[in-house]
Design a protein around this ligand. Sequence first.
Ligand code: GLY
Length: 366
Amino acid sequence: MPAMRKIPVNLGDRSYAVRVGPGLLDELGRTVASLPHAGRAVVICDSNVAAIYAGTAQKSLAKARVAGEVLMFPAGEESKVLPVYCRLMDEVLGLTPPIDRNTVVVALGGGVTGDLAGFVAATALRGLRLIQCPTSLLADVDSSVGGKTGLDHPAGKNLIGAFHQPAAVLIDVNTLTTLDRRQLLSGLAECVKHAFIRDETLLDFIEARTADILACQTDTMAELIERNVRIKAAIVSADERESGVRAHLNFGHTIGHAIETSVGLGNITHGQAVALGMVAACKIAVTRGMAPPAALVRLEGALDSLGLATRENGLDARQLLPAMRHDKKARAGKLRFVLPTAIGEVAVVDDVTEAQINQAIRYISA
Ligand code: GLY
C-alpha cells in the first residue's frame, strides 16, 4: 500500500474519506469491494484518460474480483452537455447483465468527467454510489470533493445538475505526471483561491515551494493537495448545499465564469479565468476599502510566479456584465461577489456597483 494521506469529509451518514497518495489508482478495486453490498463497477472516462489509465483501473478491479466495464466519451469541455449524458445513460442502461442499485460508478478523469459521471451516478436508478478518481489538479483539489455534479446548458455553465456525494475519493498523485502545463496551472489557481479565502499559511507554502510545485514533485504535490482538500472538506462539511459559507468557494468566479463564457469554453482554462476573476474581485475589495492594497499585490505576485496571467487583452464589461447577471449565483438579478477582507478571509456582498465592476474589468484588461 503506497504512502497515503486521509482526509474525512464529515456529512453524517453520507460521510466519506478522501485519500491522497502516489499509486492510489491501484487501490480502486479494493475500494469498490470495501463498500457494503458493492456490485460491479462502471468506469466512466474520456478518450484521453482511457488511453492512459483505463488499463490500470481495470487491472485493479480484476485483482479485487470486481466485475467492471469502461465507458468512454469524447474528451473536451464541450462534452459536459445533455446529448453526451444521454448517450452515456443509454450505454449504462444497456449493459448486460443490467445494472442494479449495487452498481458503483467510477469517475476517472478531470472535472468534466467528475461532473458528467457524477450526474450519471446521481440519476441512474435514482442514484448509484460514486467513486471519484480525479486525474487533474483541478479535480483533485476542488471538483472531486463536495458532491457537485452538473452539465452545461446554452443558457449557462452547470445549470443542470445535482448534489451527489461520492462514497470515496481516491487521488493518485502520480496522475499529475501526465497532466499538461495549462491544466496544472488551472488547478493551481484554485489552490491560490483556497489560500485566499481560508488559509494564509497555504499561500506561504505555495510561495515558498513554487519551483517544486511547478516540477510536480510528488511529496510537495501530496501536501499541497491534502491542504487544499482539508479546506474544501471543512467548508463542505459546514455547508453541503451552499446556503452559506460554501459560497466562499466562488471567490473569483463571478467575473471568472463570465470570462469563460465570453472568451469561449476551451479557449481559456477554468482556473485561468478564475485567476483573472480573483484579481478583479480583489481590486474591487481594495477600491471599496475592504481589503488592503497589499492583498492585491500578493495575489498578483503569487499568480504571476506560478505562470498564471493576471491580465487578459480585450475583456469588455459590456459583454461580461450580461453573462454575470445570467449566472446561477446571481440572486434576483443582483450580483453577488465574494471579496477578500484580508488574506485568508472573505465576505459575500451584493452591493458592488457597476462602476466598481467596470473599473476592475478595465484593470485586468490593461
Ligand atoms: N467548486 C465549488 C464548490 O464545490 O462549491
